[in-house]
Design a protein around this ligand. Sequence first.
Ligand code: FEO
Length: 410
Amino acid sequence: MEQINLTGQIRWIGKVDDRKVPFHRLILEKGTTYNSYFIDAEKPAVIDTVDILFGKEYVENLSKMTDLTKLEYIIINHVEPDHSGALPALAAKASKAVIVCTKLAEDELKKMFRLYNREFLIVKDGDQLELGGVTLEFIETPYLHTAETMMTYAKEDQILFSCDIFSTHIANFELFNDIAKQEYTEDFRVYYDLIMAPHRPYVRDMLKKIEQLPIKMIAPSHGYILRGDPQKFITIYNQKSELNLSGKERRVVIAYATMTGNTGKVAALLSKQLTDAGIEVSVFHLKDADLGEVADRIKESNGFLIGSATRYGDMVGNVEELLKMIQAEDVAGKPAAAFGSYGWSGEAIAHVEDYLVQFGAKVVNQKFLIQNMGVEEAIFPLRIRFSAEEQKERIENAGRIFAEQIMAAK
Ligand code: FEO
């Protein structure tokens, strides 16, 4: 296998896949690469692997390059099988290697590959790992594009192993962008639009985390290694993820009924996230509201959230009365979601969602999130059992996700 060096100690050990590759209900017409990296330090390490289809070939190639029994770490930035697919084959040969990943990734890898008897090292934002001459720092990047994802930064060499972020789906044998024989910036942009854009707020978080890092090279998981002008690609992400409010004034209605005040607290936390995203929010506590006016405001809005506590398995207050006043033709296609807090089974939230589905609204729920964002967690409908304060982070995350749907809506 030809050696492709990023530095004296760091090598590309991936696979160029120049087939038409099926991926997330798309066909990657230009193929892709699975970029895995070997760090030949005092404590040797591998960053990510390749797609499961090429696992055997990958491990055979790597074992010609190094004694796998001496491999100390296998760093998995992302669990998806195009990154971790060769992990079982590699881990079997590299029997002493510790698997380094986030907590969420550990749970998933153990289940996916039955790695229950394997040693894991769980890392979080800012943790460092000394390999001997190479210091790695880990940067968590949740939802880019799945919850468990992280990046790895080699401090001395100033290389950012950015996982799916800053990738391009394009098969190429030059591997480095500064010797590319083809134009690829448009493919880089398209990749952002398809994979990263649905997670725009998390892109902003990630950019903030790396803004102070000196970066000489970005080594992503797919496509070109960005050795020539890496800052240009960070700037593209910066520009594409900017919240452009010009001509995009957006209005959202949050209407709710509460029993103990907890659903009201959820409404307030959601409202704060939407407001922070530049959206005009009208919050109605239905106990005191003119339902006709609320229905009108929903009709004029760009999206709406309906919340209800649950009492005797049903909605409370005037929630159902309001829902009966809403005309399907007035809200069809608008982003909408249900939320509420509850103590026992929270049926009201499901009843609200039934109405939203009947209206033909663009219901933001678990099915929607799986299909559109690859997010499996039950974020919406937002069901908060007992204290809103204790689940503040979850509610804020839901608010950001809903805000994104509003900003993305035509
Ligand atoms: Fe490259 Fe999320 O897989």
